[in-house]
Design a protein around this ligand. Structure first.
Ligand code: SF4
Ligand code: SF4
Length: 300
């Protein structure tokens, strides 16, 4: 099919077979996530570390955590059953660029056997610049960055602390560093020709109006898609926002912001915020058929 008006042909060529982005492809190509990266280097006020990272996957679900070896076995077993498998993603449950050794080892083991599979990962961007050469070398197809602000003052209300350069940092300094590293991640990925999607969590009263500026900046720096997700803030999940009584956006508020950001929104309509161990065609999750106890010891 034809490229959307606001997308250049080179980007479209990469996107059109991707089950998450193309209307057509999502009927024919399958994706899977493996949950190999539990560690994280920042604290988001909307996060509960017991559950999957809201970087990419639906918050509030627990995924099956695997070692790289287990993950590789699972991917091969899935590829044998679901020949349409074309994308392997690592979306936490923590930060895949911070838990880099596990992410890299998983990709290495999988591509030894499935050299054509497209690789993607999601990250908050803080550790990502350190691995840009690895990402390029491994031919990572696309990266999802979660960027909730471009103004560190606003960041202080979202991120109480980060862990960076062997130290915990708090307050404005933390948000300043995070912001700089996120912008650096965008620039490096763009320079290396790796597709960039940006996710933002819409937090009413904190970054809702600001996300329009975020939208302009991330597009200017080369993101091909900006996906705005609602804050899901349930007190029983014990997140800081949940306990503070911070509400999520209404459906109408979310839609108004998504419409205002425009451009590419059509492509993102079917992102389901799949769980960190989702398996199958988009819109289905066959993860339960491929839990580790069901994956054979030897697969090839
Ligand atoms: Fe939680 Fe993800 Fe934020 Fe880390 S980046 S604190 S895992 S939501
Ligand atoms: Fe695709 Fe969205 Fe699912 Fe990631 S979360 S695999 S981008 S549909």
């Amino acid at each position: 099919s034809d490229a959307p008006e606001d997308m250049d042909p080179a980007t479209w060529a990469k996107v059109k077979d991707h089950p998450c982005y193309s209307e057509e492809a999502h009927h024919y190509f399958a994706r899977m996530h493996v949950a190999v990266a539990p560690a994280c280097n920042i604290q988001c006020n909307y996060c509960n570390r017991k559950y999957d990272c809201a970087n990419e996957s639906r918050p509030g679900v627990v995924s099956e955590r695997l070692t790289p070896e287990q993950a590789a076995r699972k991917v091969i077993a899935v590829a044998n059953e679901i020949p349409q498998l074309s994308v392997l993603g690592i979306a936490g449950p923590g930060d895949s660029a911070y838990d880099w050794k596990k992410t890299r080892e998983t990709f290495r083991l999988v591509t030894e056997q499935l050299p054509d599979i497209k690789l993607c990962l999601s990250s908050n961007g803080l550790a990502l610049p350190d691995h840009i050469d690895d990402l390029t070398e491994m031919n990572v197809d696309h990266v999802t960055l979660t960027i909730n602000m471009i103004d560190p003052e606003i960041g202080t209300r979202i991120y109480p602390w980060i862990f960076y350069d062997h130290q915990r940092r708090a307050g404005l300094e933390a948000s300043q560093i995070l912001h700089e590293r996120q912008m650096q991640s965008l620039d490096l990925l763009h320079e290396r020709g790796i597709l960039i999607k940006v996710n933002s969590v819409m937090i009413p009263g904190i970054n809702d109006d600001h996300l329009l500026e975020v939208n302009k900046e991330v597009k200017r720096r080369g993101a091909f898609l900006h996906n705005i997700m609602p804050l899901i803030s349930a007190p029983e999940h014990g997140t800081v926002f949940g306990l503070n009584g911070q509400r999520g956006p209404t459906a109408a508020e979310l839609k108004a912001l998504q419409d205002a950001c425009g451009g590419g929104a059509k492509l993102m309509k079917h992102c389901r915020q799949c769980r960190a161990d989702a398996v199958g065609l988009l819109g289905e999750d066959r993860g339960q058929e491929f839990t580790m106890d069901l994956v054979p010891e030897e697969v090839s």
